[in-house]
Design a protein around this ligand. Structure first.
Ligand code: SF4
Length: 308
């Protein structure tokens, strides 16, 4: 693997049978779904759809080697990205609204997802990067178990909005190598307003980030520049201070190691229903962005990915 020997944790869990047990435990959650903090209780096994519009059947929008992710995840072969359809958070400014809100994609079997993972490995990808996996966590783990039995050896990147239940994270311990987690809001009023009444986002996500860091630690690159394990935080700076960016940097520095990886992102563009909120209907100014970067540095954060 680009000269670095790394053994993902899920391999030994697969061999002991624990990976399958975890996948089945997650699957049981579909009966009265509480996979995400909405806890909407849909009986997805019996065909009900939850808030996220996901049922029991897995849906995948696309899968391919992706070269636009963070440099430390890409490498020469790209990040093996699998975009899962639907989303439990439901942001008004979603960039992937056709996949997340409208659920575009194709229903596939768990074995098909395992096949995609193996195909991405065959193509030379650096990792398996499941995008928006929360509502399909059981399917991802069961597919990983099948793929591990057929030779999958790539690190698993859990590319999440960050709003994760602690009991679900407990079931993912030792399975996920890299948590690639958004940290979108610091204010419950803002998360409720812009993400479908997700008032608990700041509180739950802060706890989730602490737990993710406990499980996988700081994301530090190996000698080839690539990351194989650790917590990687994405913070999108938003207009109108929707993201509470200065406070977010202060919270990270006060609650996580100072070398926690933080990608401070400037690429916000109004999309989907952002036009309905005048404060979101514009890009972020460079001055605002630079102020956030300055604050992160002032707070002592040293593992920053910034656009300056
Ligand atoms: S994952 Fe979907 S169905 Fe399950 S609790 Fe969340 S929104 Fe509801």
């Amino acid at each position: 693997m680009n000269g670095v020997s790394y053994r993902p944790g899920y391999i030994s869990l697969h061999r002991s049978g624990e990976l399958k047990n975890r996948g089945e435990a997650l699957w049981e959650k579909l009966r009265e779904c509480g996979l995400c903090p909405r806890e909407c209780g849909a009986d997805r096994i019996s065909g009900e759809l939850g808030f996220c519009q996901a049922g029991s059947k897995l849906k995948v929008a696309s899968f391919h080697a992706h070269f636009g992710e963070e440099r430390s995840l890409v490498g020469p072969g790209g990040s093996g990205t699998i975009f899962l359809s639907h989303c439990n958070l439901g942001c008004v400014f979603c960039q992937n609204w056709d996949i997340s809100h409208q659920g575009s994609g194709t229903e596939v079997e768990i074995a098909d997802l395992a096949g995609m993972m193996l195909q991405l490995q065959e193509q030379g990808c650096q990792n398996i990067n499941v995008v928006t996996p929360t509502h399909f966590a059981p399917h991802v783990v069961l597919a990983l178990d099948q793929a591990a039995g057929q030779g999958l050896r790539l690190p698993l990147v859990y590319n999440t909005c960050g709003w994760e239940q602690s009991e679900i994270l407990a079931l993912l311990e030792g399975i996920v190598d890299i948590y690639l987690a958004d940290f979108k809001y610091m204010d419950a009023g803002k998360s409720a307003l812009y993400s479908s009444d997700a008032r608990s986002y700041p509180e739950i996500t802060r706890s989730a980030l602490i737990e993710m860091n406990r499980q996988v630690g700081v994301a530090l690159p190996a000698e080839n520049g690539l990351v194989y394990r650790g917590l990687m935080i994405r913070h999108l700076v938003m207009p109108g201070d929707a993201s509470g960016s200065l406070e977010a940097m202060q919270w990270i520095s006060g609650n996580l190691p100072l070398d926690t990886y933080v990608n401070i992102m400037i690429q916000y563009r109004p999309a989907y229903h952002a036009y309905m909120f005048p404060e979101l209907d514009r890009p972020v100014s460079r001055e605002t962005y630079q102020e956030v970067v300055r604050e992160a540095r002032k707070c002592g954060l040293v593992n920053l990915d910034v656009d300056v």
